[in-house]
Design a protein around this ligand. Sequence first.
Ligand code: GEK
Length: 241
Amino acid sequence: MATDKIYSESLANIADFSFDAQVADVFADMIERSVPGYRSIITMIETLAGHYTQPGSTLYDLGCSLGAATFSMRRGITCDDCRIVAVDNSEAMVERCRKAIERDHHPTPIDVICADIRDIDILDASVVVLNFTLQFLPPAERTVLLEKISAGMRPGGVLILSEKVVFEDPHLDRLLYAIHHDFKRANGYSDMEISQKRTALEDVLIPETIAAHRKRLFDVGFSSTDVWFQCFNFMSMLAVK
Ligand code: GEK
């Protein structure tokens, strides 16, 4: 796995973060060392897919990157005639994801689509994964996407929504922000790397509170929703249709 050194040198200008080829090449290392609990969430997506997949339905991985959640879902499927649709609008990610799928033989087919998740249809879905993707959409556009997902899901299906979050309590918010910094430092990132990456993500990744996520999920038509995993300021929710 290639090591992420993208922000290791001092940069005169820090451009907004984008999922280009340079990021795609080191992404597996970057996300493991940056997102507390990422590996646990990916592992559990297999179990969740096993529980919620319905025969003949479609599973979606929205913002699939290199396909980690796609592969996990595929391992968990226990019923027949399902397919997976994996979507990302980064050409660099999609290209690498397709190559990985060619090497991973399995009866459940995967369509990898290079598109904006706001532009695709969601139809007959039993499992939809938004694993750290919604946070990259402008907040004003999140409800429309979640309405589309909810409308395209079968009753009893599940949305798995993982996000970086902020906290209403200012003390807790500062504490968990600092602990996340410590987590990254413990994983080998320098203070300069952490700070330059934060600047690059500032206007790109916009976190919300767990309460805001929960309210929106109920508003768009999910019947049951709550957090099933949390590690510091990163969490994952289930929302059942
Ligand atoms: C994983 N889920 O490994 N349309 C399509 N793709 C998008 C959009 C959009 N509007 N916005 C962002 N992306 C993955 C990790 S990473 C999370 C997801 C992170 C894509 C973007 O190109 C990137 O590949 C992904 O969403 C977010 O489980 O880097 O923190």
